[in-house]
Ligand binder design. Structure first.
Ligand code: MN
Ligand code: MN
Length: 476
């Protein structure tokens, strides 16, 4: 298949739409740096587009009909949107799926400690990262703290102008002779990824903000242990009404601080944290909200935990999606276990996740004829997996042919690729899990440079083609 860079094919109105979509995409990346933030943002956008909470529909005892739009949420971390089509749901849905969790560093449950007057948060990383990439740069803290009374406090520190940020330190090059001899996997070890969050003892702060108390001569420094930690705890109490024990029921994620930005003198690319897989998630969501009428029921499924195997209640292996479809069948065609199974088996899915973009700097890792190239459009992967396709979904040839036609008819640029050279590594997605229902599933998505690095790079043209491709898919 001939390669075709799409930039030269766009007219001015297409370039204008490309610009609008990418600006919107960047603002979504900035607002959604954790799975919870992505769900919250997506719900807000869906509500503005006329989507209603499925729980409300059920509570009111209403039924659903063609054209109705609903969403369902699982534990604030997984979201499914549905637009009921003209055909019954049991005839099958067109499903856009992507994941909204990204590689990052999580704060442990008993994290706060002081070492030589530095206060740290102990961490355990999440997903596949090159640990040495996460040191010596500004980091932000996002998440929630849940108190015993059920109060949920949102935390976001390091994104606003004027916010403090945090850092994981690296060893200075002058003393790194031994470190530099180590294997890359050992240069920075997992337990050394602790986040530096303070260096100022509690008493000093009090001295500065109040008049010196002449009577309390406590004999010089008055060094009690862990005064820096005590000061951090004081600040957490002030700002979040949080006690040290509340870390145990918190979900705090450490991510690179700062916003998504244009990349390149020609502004042809976007550099940002979390584009795996939010570049597919947000483009799928945009298409879902754009398409307001279609023959078949449309679904946009945004899942958590893909980076650690799609496990747990909010991962793709969860029964949440199947249960939600059962509720929808009950509200449209009447309760029927058989119709639920038919709905799932008759569905088609674009399981969208990022592809490894061909990188000339690492040409040896790729086989050119089966690589995804920037600005060559949405990528389809018949197979993923590793070592002889182990763990892969295999998209059916008949299904691929139907997608080729749909993409060609809608003027969408697309390419076929595998993840890197044979036997070099590999990866999985959520495709094989949905394929278990017997539905047609293909891996698709957007090519990314630097995948899983703190900052990943995509092509604006591919972001645009993805939205076009997803819109076309929802209409077939
Ligand atoms: Mn991914
Ligand atoms: Mn990934």
């Amino acid at each position: 298949m001939e390669r075709k860079n799409v930039w030269s094919l766009y007219d001015s109105s297409q370039l204008a739409e490309l610009g609008r979509i990418n600006e919107r995409y960047k603002s979504c990346l900035d607002a959604g740096k954790t799975e919870r933030e992505c769900v919250e943002l997506s719900i807000r956008m869906a509500q503005e587009a006329g989507y209603r909470d499925l729980q409300d529909v059920m509570a009111k005892g209403e039924t659903l009909k063609s054209g109705d739009k609903v969403y369902a949420v699982c534990m604030s971390k997984m979201l499914a949107l549905f637009r009921i089509g003209e055909e019954p749901i049991s005839a099958g849905m067109n499903i856009l799926g992507a994941h909204i969790d990204s590689p990052r560093i999580d704060v442990k449950q008993n994290p706060l400690y002081e070492n030589e007057e530095f206060a740290y948060l102990d961490t355990h990383y999440y997903g596949g990262i090159k640990k040495y990439q996460w040191v010596a740069q500004p980091l932000a803290l996002h998440g929630v703290v849940v108190k015993k009374d059920g109060t949920v406090t949102k935390v976001s520190i390091g994104e606003e102008e004027g916010d403090p940020v945090f850092v994981i330190t690296d060893l200075l090059i002058h003393l790194a002779q031994e470190q530099m001899e180590k294997k890359a996997s050992k240069v920075i070890e997992g337990e050394k990824l602790d986040l530096l969050i303070g260096n100022r003892p509690a008493e000093k702060v009090l001295d500065e903000t109040s008049e010196p108390d002449q009577s309390s001569d406590n004999g010089g420094s008055g060094k009690k242990s862990d005064q820096v930690k005590a000061n951090v705890l004081r600040l957490l109490k002030e700002k979040y009404d949080m006690d040290e024990e509340d870390f145990t029921s918190a979900e705090l994620e450490i991510v690179p601080a700062g916003k998504a930005r244009d990349c390149g003198l020609d502004r042809s690319m976007i550099i940002s944290y979390g584009q795996d897989d939010r570049v597919c998630a947000f483009t799928s969501l945009f298409a879902m909200l754009d398409v307001t009428d279609a023959k078949r029921t449309g679904c946009c499924l945004l899942v958590d935990k893909e980076e650690i195997g799609s496990v747990g209640a909010t991962g793709m292996h969860s029964k949440f999606f199947e249960n939600t479809v059962a509720e929808l069948i009950a509200l449209t065609e009447g309760e029927s276990e058989l119709k639920v199974r038919r709905a799932l088996a008759n569905s088609r899915m674009l399981s969208s996740d990022v592809s490894a973009a061909y990188d000339p700097m690492f040409a040896e890792a790729f086989e050119k004829r089966s690589s995804a190239f920037f600005a060559n459009g949405i990528t389809f992967n018949k197979f993923t997996g590793s070592r002889g396709k182990s763990g892969s979904n295999d998209a059916n040839a008949e299904y691929i042919a139907a997608l080729r036609k749909a993409m060609d008819d809608a003027g969408v640029a697309y390419q076929f690729a595998e993840l890197g050279r044979v036997d070099l590594g590999g990866g999985g997605t959520i495709a094989y899990i949905m394929a278990n229902y017997g539905m047609e599933v293909i891996d698709s998505g957007v090519a990314v440079l630097n995948m899983h690095a703190p900052y990943e790079v995509t092509s604006k043209a591919d972001v645009y083609e993805a939205v076009k491709g997803y819109r076309a898919f929802l209409k077939i």
